[in-house]
Design a protein around this ligand. Structure first.
Ligand SMILES: [Zn+2]
Length: 354
């Protein structure tokens, strides 16, 4: 079994590969930013990124991405997937099954009446889109390709996949409801091909300013889970909220009296201080933590967040898929002050077991 944390810029793209009944199984969790698939080099040459290399390698081995989990619609998770689907006509043929919570599926799950979305064309990728806009496009593609059973993935569920188990920690019903409301508020806008926003009233715009303060609704809708393989737990926390994760652990009977033993923890939200709490760390009995980001855009991880790990674990190993971040964060003084380990790996961290 191996887990690869691709260098996905400031995003997440994680591939798990293992054997089930003598067949190779690949699970892809998110696709990073669009550059993770492809980017432009000098003189407009096209440079293939780690996601493209991964996809081609899987194709060459005659394997599939048996399961694609899109945890949420922020660009640093969906961007690379959309770029792949738009550039590779055979992409969807390579995907076995998708887990994704769209506004429409949340609507039926929560039993709230759905607001009608106008039927529109696929928006070209390079136009400015909100996360919801990309989510709507993704939903349309996977529905048409029949790789999605439209089932909600939510806190408390126990899902079996190829001899392994996913215990879902996030999103909570509240996180889903918040995404649902945002989705239907924004979806019609993101799908109209207008170049200006003059056709909406000031009243409409002003109401939006108030009701949409930041992207944390997207993070609150993140699919986060305990992945159980050969009776060992691996934590993939996406960008989920710390409180939601604690509630999720509780549903599987883990709390500070009975913390979950875990081999590795993919830290939530690229090691943001806001997504790491001491209370959350009390529920997790682990010594290996992974930070996935190159530090662009949001300045993640926060040293403050990592300090919480150092406070609550003894001599932990903190791993980075962009090792150059390590020396930006920790000084020699820091290392004298408290004992911890960091390690480096080129082209993303690979964790191999058995
Ligand atoms: Zn993210």
């Amino acid at each position: 079994m191996r887990i690869e944390f691709l260098p996905a810029y400031n995003g997440d793209a994680i591939c798990i590969n293992f054997k089930h009944e003598n067949a190779a199984v690949n699970i892809l969790i998110d696709g990073g930013t669009k550059q993770t698939y492809q980017t432009k080099g000098k003189k407009n040459t096209i440079v293939n990124g780690p996601l493209k290399h991964l996809v081609e390698a899987i194709r060459e081995r005659n394997e599939k991405i048996d399961l694609l989990i899109l945890t949420h619609i922020d660009d640093d998770h969906i961007g690379g997937i959309m770029k792949w689907l738009e550039n590779d006509k055979k992409a969807l043929k390579l995907i076995g099954e998708v887990w994704f919570n769209s506004g429409k599926t949340i609507a039926s799950y929560l039993n709230v009446s759905e607001i009608k979305i106008p039927e529109l064309q696929l928006v070209p990728h390079d136009t400015t889109e909100t996360g919801v806009g990309q989510g709507v496009n993704f939903e349309k593609l996977i529905r048409e390709a029949k790789v999605w059973n439209e089932a909600i993935v939510a806190q408390g569920q126990c899902l079996e996949f190829k001899g392994t188990t996913f215990k879902i920690l996030s999103p909570s019903p509240a996180g889903l409801k918040a995404l649902h409301d945002k989705w239907f508020r924004e979806a019609p806008d993101s799908l109209t091909a207008v170049a200006t926003d003059y056709d909406q009233s000031l009243e409409h715009h002003l109401s939006k300013l108030i009701s949409d303060p930041d992207g944390s609704i997207h993070n609150g809708s993140s699919i986060a889970f305990i992945w159980v393989h050969n009776e060992k737990n691996y934590l993939f926390l996406s960008d989920a909220h710390a409180d939601t994760l604690i509630d999720g652990f509780k549903l599987f009977e883990y709390d500070k009296e009975n913390p979950i033993p875990a081999e590795v923890v993919k830290l939530s939200h690229h090691g943001s201080n806001r997504n790491i709490s001491l209370e959350l760390l009390e529920v997790i009995d682990a010594n290996q933590f992974v930070v996935t980001t190159n530090g662009d855009k949001h300045g993640h991880p926060d040293k403050k967040g990592l300090a919480k790990i150092l406070k609550s674990k003894s001599n932990p190993l903190i791993r980075f898929n962009y090792p150059k971040r390590i020396d930006d964060i920790f000084t020699a003084e820091d290392r004298k002050f408290i004992e911890f380990r960091t390690d480096t790996a080129l082209d993303g961290i690979i964790i191999e077991e058995e």
